[in-house]
Write a protein that binds this ligand. Sequence first.
Ligand code: APR
Length: 236
Amino acid sequence: MEVRNIVILTGAGLSAESGLATFRGPGGLWEGHRVEDVCTPEALARDPETVHRFYDARRAALATVEPNAAHRALARLDAEWPGGLLIVTQNVDDLHERAGAKRILHMHGALLSALCAACGDRQAWSGPMGHRPGCGACEAADSLRPDIVFFGEMPYEMERIEAALAEADLFVSIGTSGAVYPAAGFVQTARHYGAETLELNLEPSAGSYFFAESRLGRATEIVPEWVEEMLGQQGA
Ligand code: APR
């Protein structure tokens, strides 16, 4: 099949080799914290200090890590691929951007952004938020929260994602366990619309069954290899 439009879903496994913890598996963030304590609207209402401390630490960690070869390969594909391309990332780090990728959508929000719980304004934010700053847009006091989609909240830009999946000729999932919906269902949507499907992951994910092809390995090895293949075909 002629591939014109590509949708790429990325997860925490893409940033693992940059030194950012994944969520599940050994040393995962959900090994050390309960989702209910740090990643739900109820947790924010009940114990904002704990939630802010969790995200302040993750935001601060960004300054200590760098994009890896997989981020750089995806940025190169983004720059050189003449057809449609959209990187839908579940990650809240900025490593795709720092590697130079442009066509990115953060469906679970971003650490370097603050959301006003009062007026919905989103603004760039790189420092701590634990001191409970007010909103620069609506002046509400103590209304800024991490711009992270918590469990139980709707991911961002689902219409745009679904439109991209409907047009995709190829759907590639990289570094995600396939444990969380709606992202875990994108492969089925892509197949429904006739797209080819490829999984690049360290180990089989919960959704491996739905992929026409699965390649196992570390992202810094198998993602650059795949990008070389795609651009080589393009050149052919
Ligand atoms: N290279 C490739 N894949 C890797 C690597 C690596 N170096 N290291 C780990 N992986 C894979 C793991 O095998 C696992 O399948 O990355 C996946 C990470 O899975 P999770 O920790 O569950 O992360 P993710 O799939 O992104 O989580 C999805 O869950 O908690 C929510 O909102 C949070 O966006 C997150 C969502």
